[in-house]
Design a protein around this ligand. Structure first.
Ligand SMILES: NC(=O)c1ccc[n+]([C@@H]2O[C@H](COP(=O)([O-])OP(=O)(O)OC[C@H]3O[C@@H](n4cnc5c(N)ncnc54)[C@H](O)[C@@H]3O)[C@@H](O)[C@H]2O)c1
Ligand SMILES: O=CCS(=O)(=O)O
Length: 455
């Protein structure tokens, strides 16, 4: 049987040796979930809501234990891990509240002739078994963005986390059971990637709710055939700084939304476009603050930037910086490495076709690009195959309106960075950044279908 080890990215400690789920284990989980679909039918909305509310309380009670687990598994700083737990609490509470409010609508048949004197009562119904696949970087909040709405909608859930997150996923599932989720309604299963195509294609799986990279999403879409897909993928998210920007606030947003989580966030500020009039001021303030960020042991309260997930990721990020420098880019600060630690890097004059800015770079690197006209920015942002989120610092409502109209993204944050997220807002991208929307209420709809009674 194929096995894997989970290694702490900070100190290389082996956190566990595990065996991938084989065909027998997958089939046992699917059998349980078939029973779980029936159990879900017998649960009332208020019972689902109560279970989710109890789960939220358990996440609060176990906040520190879970945060430490995340820090050990993925090297996220302890303060970032606590923020993730607080977000997961909100996501779970929102799921509990939405479970009570899955509202349908009533339609009058006689809005159009012929007159038939009928009413259509439209309700949302669960799909059955939903496969939820999560990435390594937000192991609890992204999991709750899937498990919470899927359960609230009345589905049975097959949860497939990233292997790196085996321990935190197991703990989360234990807490779900402790909160009262019948085990048949939620099964944790981690097959290896080659076995995933068969699982994705399995007729019992009615929808796939996936967060991760484009390559995996393509493989899933190919294998899935006819089923609902919710795909939350990567981003190349821009932050745009206009001449009237509050520079201090813009610098703070750039730092928090790029260097926190060591830059491993789909909505991290991946590129900053700065108007020529304020470029030097923004760059100097950014570099000065970046140089003060504490880099190192993620378990320390004082650390701002911890390690990236593994050596291959660190190699890839450093390689992209090297490539940009070899093509004329200028280093403003950073680009130092020790093991999986990468110092926060600010880099200027990166060619627009360098891999560093064309691909999604998942690490603590901030490329700055000077501009004179907004047209240039719109063109460059829209040239990217990605379209997740964007941010702009300006006081000018016309600029906000123009960017909102013209940027091909799922969200534009004004006077904030592209990393803005409120758990109950619709969340998702366009183009290669995915299809469908999370954000609890919206995710419930993605994992449900509409059924109409005519009376
Ligand atoms: N838009 C979002 O909401 C969002 C949020 C977080 C991360 N991400 C993206 O996730 C990526 C980083 O996470 P990652 O490295 O864990 O992503 P990944 O795509 O490598 O893995 C994500 C999950 O998919 C599984 N997987 C991999 N190949 C698969 C296949 N062929 N079939 C089925 N499942 C497969 C993995 O085991 C894991 O559970 C980045 O691209 C990031 O932008 C997006
Ligand atoms: O990786 C991104 C997840 S989130 O922090 O934007 O929700």
């Amino acid at each position: 049987m194929a096995s894997y080890s989970v290694i702490n990215p900070w100190n290389d400690e082996c956190l566990g040796e595990y065996v991938y789920a084989d065909a027998g284990a997958v089939s046992a989980s699917l059998d349980a979930l078939r029973r779980g679909e029936l159990i879900q039918r017998s649960l009332a909305a208020h019972e689902r809501a109560d279970i989710l509310r109890r789960l939220a309380e358990l996440l609060k009670t176990h906040r520190e234990e879970l945060a430490m687990l995340i820090t050990a598994e993925i090297g996220k700083t302890i303060s970032d891990a606590r923020v993730e737990l607080d977000r997961a609490f909100n996501t779970t509470i929102a799921s509990a509240e939405e479970a009570r409010q899955i509202a349908g609508e009533a339609l009058d048949s006689d809005a159009y002739p012929p007159t038939r004197e009928r009413i259509g009562v439209v309700v949302w119904r669960p799909l059955g078994t939903v496969l939820c696949i999560t990435p390594f970087n937000f192991p609890l909040n992204i999991a709750m963005h899937k498990l919470g709405p899927a359960f609230a909608a009345g589905n049975a859930v097959l949860f497939k986390p990233g292997p790196q997150n085996t321990a935190s996923a197991r703990r989360l599932v234990e807490l779900c059971y402790e909160a009262g989720m019948p085990p048949e309604t939620l099964q944790l299963c981690i097959p290896d990637v080659p076995a995933m195509a068969e699982l994705v294609a399995h007729p019992q799986i009615k929808a796939i709710n996936f967060t991760g990279g484009t390559a995996a999403a393509n493989a899933i879409a190919k294998a899935a055939g006819f089923k609902k897909l919710l795909l939350e993928l990567g981003g190349n998210d821009p932050l745009i700084i206009m001449p009237d920007a509050d520079i201090d606030a813009a610098v703070a947003a750039a730092i928090n939304q790029r260097f926190a989580t060591a830059g491993q966030r789909c909505t991290a500020t991946k590129r900053v476009f700065v108007h020529r009039e304020v470029y030097a001021r923004f760059r100097d303030a950014l570099v000065e603050k970046t140089r003060t960020l504490a880099v190192g042991d993620p378990t320390l309260e004082t650390t701002f930037v911890g390690p990236v997930i593994h050596a291959a990721a660190a190699d890839e990020i450093s390689g992209r910086i090297e490539d940009a420098l070899s093509r004329g880019a200028v280093l403003a600060c950073g680009h130092k490495r020790e093991g999986n630690l990468l110092w926060p890097t600010v880099i200027e004059e990166v060619p627009d076709d360098a891999t560093l800015v064309v691909e999604e770079t998942f690490g603590p690197v901030l490329p700055l690009r000077q501009f004179d006209h907004l047209d240039e920015v719109v063109e460059l942002v829209n040239a990217s195959p990605f379209g997740l989120q964007a941010g702009v610092f300006t006081q000018d409502i016309r600029v906000m309106r123009r960017l909102f109209d013209e940027l091909e993204v799922g969200l534009l944050a004004t006077n904030d960075g592209p990393g803005f997220r409120a758990e109950h807002f619709p969340f998702g991208g366009v183009k290669d950044s995915g299809i469908g929307r999370e954000g609890v209420k919206y995710a419930i709809r993605e994992m449900s279908y509409q059924k109409t009674l005519v009376i």
